[in-house]
Design a protein around this ligand. Sequence first.
Ligand SMILES: Cc1ncc(COP(=O)(O)O)c(C=O)c1O
Length: 391
Amino acid sequence: MSVYLDYNATTPLDERVLVAMQPYLSTHYGNASSRHEPGRVARRAVERAREQVAVAVGAHPTEVVFTSGGSEANNLFLQGAAAAFRTPGTVAFGAIEHPCVLNAARQLTRRGWRLAELPADAEGRVTLAGVDAVLSNAEKPGLWSLMLANNETGVLQEVETIAARVKARGGSAHPGWFHTDAVQAFGKIPVDFRALNRAGVHALTLSAHKVYGPKGAAALIFDKHLDLIPLIAGGGQEGGLRSGTENVAAIVGFGAACELAAERLANLPARLHALRERLEAGVRAFGATLFGAGAARLPNTSYFAFAGVEGETLLSRLDCAGFAIASGSACSSADPDPSHVLIAMGVPPMLARGALRVSLGAQTTETQIDDFVCALKTALSELQKLTALQS
Ligand SMILES: Cc1ncc(COP(=O)(O)O)c(C=O)c1O
C-alpha cells in the first residue's frame, strides 16, 4: 500500500462516515420522494444531512442544493445563473480557477457571454488591481467566480475583500452574482457562508470527497435572491434545482463528513502545518523552488519543482518507491501542458513542467514525511546521474 500524500485529489472515507452510510446502502433503500415509510426514512436522512452541511458552513438548510460533485455545483452556478439573464453579459473569474470553472465560463461564450479573466500575482493571488480594472469597464460583470483556496498551490484568495469591492462598485441593477469555489478550503480552514454572504458572496461550492466523505455528493450553497435555472430538468427534486433521484447514502455520508470536518478543524490544521514545514525544510535543502510559499496557504499543501527535472518522471519514480503524490492538478494530470495556475503566476513553462504537489491529511505522519524526503533525495540523485550520463 502506497504512502498517500495526495489529499487534495481525494481523501479516504472516514470509518464513521461509512458506518453512517451503510444502512442507506442496504436496509433503507427507499426513494426519498416516495410517499410511504421507506421513502420517508430516506427523506428524513437527506434533510438531516442538509442540516449538517448547512451548520458546517453557517448557512440555512434551505440554502443547500445537493449535486453529484463540486464540478456540477460550479456548473450549476455559472450556467444556471447565466441562463437566468435576459441578455448575455460578462463573466469574471480567477485565472487560477479549477478547470470546471474555467471551462464552464468559456462555454458561456457560445451563448454570447464575454470573459474577464482576473490575473494572479507571482504568489498565485488574484490581484485587487485586476479586479479594479474589470470594475472600471463600462460593462460590469454579471457573474463572478473566485475560489477560496487553490487546489494546486493551496494559496488563499481574498474573496471577502473582493466580493465587498464588487458589491460596492458593481453594476447599477445589481452588482453581479458572486460565487466562490470552497471545495479545497472547506475542512482545512473555517468557511462561513453567512459572513461571506454579508460581504457580497451569493453562492459557494462544497464537495464531500475532499473532506473524508464519499465521491458523488456535493452542494451549492446559495443566497435565495440568486435566480438559477436548473441544469437538469425532471421530477423537481432539490426544490426543482436538481432533478434526479437523490443519492441518499452519499448525501448521508456528506452530512456526516461535514460534522466531522468541523471537529477536525480544532487540531488537524496545526498538525499538518508542522508536518508541511518539515517536508519543505527537506525539499528546500535539495534546491526546490516552492510555489505560493510567500502567500497565506492551506496548511496541508506544498507545491514545488526542481529545475531541469520533469515532474512526471519524478512522480513515476516516487510512485514505484511507494509514494502517491500529484504533478499539478490530479484532475488534469493526463494533460501534458504545464499547469495553467503556474503559468498565470508567471512561472517559466520549463520549471512549471517540474511541478509536484504534496498534500497532507488526517493519516499523514512524521515518519511518512521523513521517508518521503528520503525517497525524493534518492529519486533526484538517480535522475541527475542519468542526465549527466546522457549529456
Ligand atoms: C477547487 C476544486 N473545485 C472543484 C473540484 C471538483 O470537485 P468534484 O471532484 O467533486 O467534481 C475540485 C476537485 O479537484 C477542486 O479541487
